[in-house]
Design a protein. Structure first.
Length: 73
């Protein structure tokens, strides 16, 4: 699989991941890793939260940056 954005620059980059939000294939040059808080637990009892790494393309990382930062503070 190839990076969705590389052909626009005349490159042929191999994808190393898929954006969690939009599903675009992303190369190592463009991939962004962000940490977000994820709730987990059973339906009965108190849910917990833990940080989780998520892969995003540059467009989604830029558009979600305020929301991701707000959730991790």
């Amino acid at each position: 699989m190839h990076c969705l954005e590389c052909p626009a620059e005349g490159r042929d980059g191999d994808a190393v991941g898929v954006c969690h939000t939009c599903g675009a294939a992303v190369c190592a040059h463009r991939i962004r890793t962000v940490t977000r808080s994820v709730r987990h637990g059973s339906l009965v009892g108190t849910p917990g939260e833990r940080p989780e790494g998520t892969l995003l393309c540059p467009v989604c990382a830029e558009s979600h940056a305020p929301a991701v930062v707000a959730r991790t503070r």
